[in-house]
Design a protein around this ligand. Structure first.
Ligand code: SDX
Length: 426
């Protein structure tokens, strides 16, 4: 019996099975159960994949108990405080932090590729006023596969680089266009004299022939938010992207699927729900009522922005955002009323047995919404901001899978609990 295996005994028939243990660089080892069905005739069962590793990856590491997050080995606090979002995007996609020259070239790439084919406007014209920007964005990204069909087959590093840079550069433009079309506003084109994050804010806020003053503190706050959202291991939307990568689907179809998954309020849609929930609660004296609803098993109400599948301690991204919120409350004009309600929720939840025993702490979405609101970004655009940040992570994860020597299509099994064979009543 080797030290690098786990032995399982089936108590029904006394048979024993050995499975190899594979060790991580840091963090939990895994038990390789790929032969489990062949050897035992049974499947393993893990709804929501709470204890299941779906892949090997070198991109992002999370230690939920220690509240640690690393991008390619660099701690999130270093990336958020010392580096820019484009540094982060380059690191995730290409594996190393860019040199000054590489960063300059990458910035130029982002500016050069920020325009989208004029044909996209015809698609966006067909959507109704008030259409949610996430629905428009998902359609727009999927439509990019019609203009860049050639990315269906990527074999060289140059082709991969073109595909990756193209989508990272175009997402902010499509995102801003989604908002403008949803509100019947004239679109603002990218400005080749502006940086990545400043350009997005300008395309969101400006009007034709009108100069909009964007404060450095606003641009830096949003750039940091993009960095904090850039990747997060095998979360639900990244799993969707990887699933499409495993079928050899077009990379932009995979990103569109990631947008769809992220939009759910249990995932990236939570930031919009947090603000709506804070506004619904409205004042600190109503907080207790809603904490009670969140704890009531018979009440479907959940405290949005609280809890996380992996972090059973503070989400390190939330810690950084809380600092930004507190530092910039004055400069950004963050709503003190909503902050008071948020602080009261946090203060109660962090001492209440229900939340503490379940490891329910504020997550990234609990704080991002208040900062985005202060940046004059509309609530329905919060998840869109998440998409802009997460796209480099999705593309890095898509490419890591597609560059594997062998690719297994994602195809889980099930525990069938339906009818056994029935004969139709004649
Ligand atoms: C993101 O995975 C990622 O990495 C995601 C993300 C990323 O960067 O990609 O970090 C981004 O999605 C952050 C999460 C944003 N979502 C929310 O804030 C929505 C509110 N939170 C939850 O719905 C929930 O906490 C999840 C979905 C985030 C996590 O769900 P899990 O891990 O499946 O946990 P669970 O639903 O099994 O809950 C465990 C217990 C349950 O109670 P019991 O059955 O044990 O009695 O905790 C309770 C739940 O009822 N619970 C909550 C709660 N979250 C969990 N109770 C009240 N309010 C909540 N928010």
């Amino acid at each position: 019996m080797s030290k690098n295996t786990i032995t399982i005994i089936n108590n029904r028939d006394g048979k024993t099975y050995e499975f190899n243990i594979l060790d991580a660089t840091v963090g939990p080892s895994v038990v390789d159960i790929s032969s489990f069905y062949k050897e035992t005739g049974m499947f393993t069962y893990d709804e929501g994949y709470t204890s299941t590793a779906s892949c090997q990856s070198k991109i992002t590491y999370i230690d939920g108990d220690a509240g640690q997050l690393m991008y390619r080995g660099y701690d999130i606090s270093f990336m958020a405080k010392e580096k820019s979002f484009l540094d982060t995007a380059y690191l995730l996609i290409y594996g190393e932090l860019p040199s000054q020259d590489e960063l300059t070239d990458f910035k130029l790439e982002m500016q050069k590729r920020s325009f989208v084919h004029e044909g996209i406007k015809k698609l966006f014209d067909s959507f109704p006023d008030g259409a949610h920007p996430m629905a428009i964005l998902s359609a727009g990204v999927s439509a990019l596969a019609t203009f860049y069909f050639k990315h269906l087959e990527i074999t060289t590093a140059a082709e991969y680089q073109e595909m990756a840079n193209r989508i990272v550069a175009k997402i902010p433009t499509l995102a801003a266009f989604s908002y403008r079309y949803s509100n019947g506003l004239p679109i603002i084109y990218p400005d080749l004299n502006k940086g990545f994050t400043e350009n997005f804010l300008n395309m969101l806020r400006a009007y034709p022939h009108e100069y909009v003053e964007l404060k450095d503190v606003e641009i830096k706050a949003l750039d940091t938010i993009f960095t904090l959202h850039a990747d997060h291991e095998q979360n639900a939307s990244t799993t969707a992207v990887r699933n499409l990568a495993s079928t050899m689907a077009h990379p932009y179809a995979a990103i569109s699927a990631g947008i769809g998954a992220l939009w759910g309020r249990s995932h990236g849609g939570a930031n919009e729900s947090v603000i709506r929930q804070l506004e619904m609660i409205g004042s600190v004296d109503r907080v207790d009522e809603f904490i009670g609803k969140a704890k009531d098993k018979d009440d479907p109400f959940r405290l949005m922005g609280f809890g996380h599948r992996v972090y059973k301690n503070f989400d390190p991204r939330a810690t950084i955002l809380k600092e930004i919120r507190n530092e910039l409350m004055e400069e950004l004009g963050i709503s003190s009323e909503l902050v008071e309600v948020a602080n009261k929720i946090e203060q109660i939840a962090l001492s209440d047995e229900y939340f503490v025993s379940r490891g329910l702490y504020p997550n990234i979405d609990f704080y991002s919404g208040l900062i985005l609101q202060a940046l004059k970004i509309p609530k329905e655009m919060f998840a869109v901001v998440f998409v802009i940040g997460r796209t480099p992570g999705w593309i890095a994860q898509w490419s890591e899978l597609r560059q594997q020597k062998s690719i297994k299509i994602a195809r889980p099994r099930q525990l069938y609990v339906g009818s056994s064979e029935r004969t139709p009543n004649t």
